[in-house]
Design a protein around this ligand. Sequence first.
Ligand SMILES: C[S@@+](CC[C@H](N)C(=O)[O-])C[C@H]1O[C@@H](n2cnc3c(N)ncnc32)[C@H](O)[C@@H]1O
Length: 412
Amino acid sequence: MSVLLKREQLRQRSDYTYKFNEKTGRHGWLRLTPAYSLKVVEELITGHRQAKRIFDPFCGTGTTVLSAAYHGHEGVTTDINPFLVWFAQAKTAHYTSNQISATQEACSSALDLIRCNSIEPASPPPIHNIERWWSPKSLNFLQFLRTAISVVTKEYSAERTLLQIAFCRTLIELSNVAFNHQSMSFKNEKQLNIDFDADMAGIFSENVRFILSGASENPIGKSYVVLGDSKNATEATKGLFDLIVTSPPYVNRMSYIRELRPYMYWLGFLVNGRDAGELDWTAIGGTWGIATSRLADWKRPTDCFESQHLSNALDQIAHLDNMNGTVLANYVAKYFDDMWSHFRCLTSVLAHGAELHYIVGNSTFYGTLVPTELLYAEMLTNLGFNKIECHPIRKRNSKKELIEFDVIAQWK
Ligand SMILES: C[S@@+](CC[C@H](N)C(=O)[O-])C[C@H]1O[C@@H](n2cnc3c(N)ncnc32)[C@H](O)[C@@H]1O
């Protein structure tokens, strides 16, 4: 997921990942595989002008709520990840021209402080094997930059938020990490040399400039971004919604915590690996650290989602000809049991006739197809939703059976 605030570009570039591009010899933003088309979100929102309150229970980088606010709706969104909540709040906030020029000045002051060597560097974040992530020179610069930002800005100020977002972009640009597809790998020597002489202060200034160029485009609608677990939607949200547009996690063992670790550690949203695993255990589809080891002994709850289709898929996965069958089957079962909890509590926040759009892809586990869209449709039918449809949107990659769907339903 990219950390980006330039709002007009944000519509085309939200679920993106930062990667070295062999062709251009530079780094660039590439799409994460499970990202759904932002165009779909835009179209759904512009196609529902009458919708007063729009809800996205899986905020991520805040695409839905930002699009809703641009089109003048009230948007509410929740996410389990405090970093993403902070980021989406920053993206949807209103910035005055004074705040934007103050941020520009704060950027210059921060870099002056580093140049004059008049501050102490912040402690490095507690990331395992940190030397694999940043060269000593880059790490040192980031530690000074971290302190400098906190010296030149006030806590919770717009200036600090905007500089921290530029800091997040900078830390990835200075890292030895290539974000390939859904997993991260470390750059090879050849790639490492490319950034070796980079002007670090220049990279930060450029990121600040980029962020500020989008920050003045204030959306017209109101947005509320709330930390919350979508398995308990009612806790975090108040009032009824007439439209839901969301892209929930996929059943694909991708961990958002894993992908976002560098930002979360640097900004203090995570302080150790155990917390990372705990957070991923609460997240639907999470699979990082202890979230995976716990699956081995996990038992389905008594009020689990009963479905013949799901049981068949779980049976096949559990009997896969490898050691991980049980863990994988438990992973898939837990995903659907969690989504079942989500859909059950959702009904209490929907207005009469509310429309749902869940943009989600199916998955395969060693040849066993998990028809996520059909299982969602089954859950929604069981809960009494009407007009349930699964519209294929696009193929996800060269595997012909992997398809992204818009699962549509209407509340009675
Ligand atoms: C596919 S992403 C959403 C992408 C988003 N539409 C965007 O534009 O960035 C799924 C999100 O669901 C969040 N999530 C996972 N489990 C959750 C839970 N139990 N409650 C709330 N959010 C959760 C993850 O943190 C992740 O940000």
